[in-house]
Write a new protein. Sequence first.
Length: 317
Amino acid sequence: MQMKKIVVLGGSGFVGHSVCEQLTRRYPGVQLVVPTRRLVHAGDMRVLPSIEIVQADVHDAVALTRLARGCDAVVNLVGILHGSAAEFDVAHHKLPQTLTRAMHAAGVSRLVHLSALGAAAYAPSHYLRSKAAGEEAVKAGGVAYTILRPSLIFGAGDRLLNLFARLQAVAPVLPLAASHVHVQPVWVGDVAAAVLAVLADPSWAGRTVEVAGPQVMSLAEVARLAGRLSGHERRQIALPDWAARMQAFFLGLVPGPKLMTLDNLDSLKVPSVPGGRLPTLADLGIKPASMAAVAPSYLAAGQNEARLDGWRAAHRQ
Ligand SMILES: NC(=O)c1ccc[n+]([C@@H]2O[C@H](COP(=O)([O-])OP(=O)(O)OC[C@H]3O[C@@H](n4cnc5c(N)ncnc54)[C@H](OP(=O)(O)O)[C@@H]3O)[C@@H](O)[C@H]2O)c1
């Protein structure tokens, strides 16, 4: 299906950069509309042709309807990792409700919505419970939705691997919370490919896909690989639960961007791996890349984190 105009909510973020780049490659001339709370958050995306970055309040139904009018599809990538229960509810639950209403008003039916593996009404964290409420809102919204539930996402500009690499560059040892928890890290390029695959095929409407990489790893193994690839592998100290909670509590009190909160730690009580009952990347024809294959390109010493460099290099004047 040829796409002419797509709204990408949260398009200025980590996953949004990959999604917008792949959409631009796949549908040359497609008009991408990326609303943002602050234009500066998406400033580097102006390099993509036919992108319209607009300052807008996506929680406002009227503004959302205006944005969605005339579009072929909406991709919702808005998400937060830290916040109060009320803030999680607004970003992950209320927004999908408002969005599906706005899509009805604008006459747009196709929605791809990013949730997370482990989302469940009875999950141990506000993050995962609000993600589950968001999935229910999307399903009840009467639109042609596809929900993608990724595991931990890695790639240039990611939070966790870059953080593990930075910490090991400056600290003699790495105190690690939830070191035993299992994740199945997936490359951001494969997550974006999944968004495009379900957008292109209407038969994916009404379905949920679990999006994970090729390998189940413990968090300790992820941290070790990030340390090795960045040239600073340090000895790890697996924190017992009480120490991990104290660490998360105090890190959560630090003003500014958070490294870790108690809610993050609660999210790590459940493994972030596919349950085996829902379709996966293989069903979309995607063979996911491993961390070992991709992460050296941005963690190895001397590599920078510029996220649209591939596009810039290919389209140099
Ligand atoms: N990264 C991962 O490992 C991972 C794993 C599983 C699931 N996911 C999910 O995948 C999606 C994309 O994740 P990401 O890593 O790309 O996140 P990200 O880099 O933090 O980007 C999220 C975007 O959402 C927008 N946003 C944040 N809070 C908002 C709010 N309160 N109101 C309106 N907009 C808001 C921001 O746009 P502006 O600042 O421009 O307004 C931001 O660009 C999210 O739903 C996330 O929960 C991510």
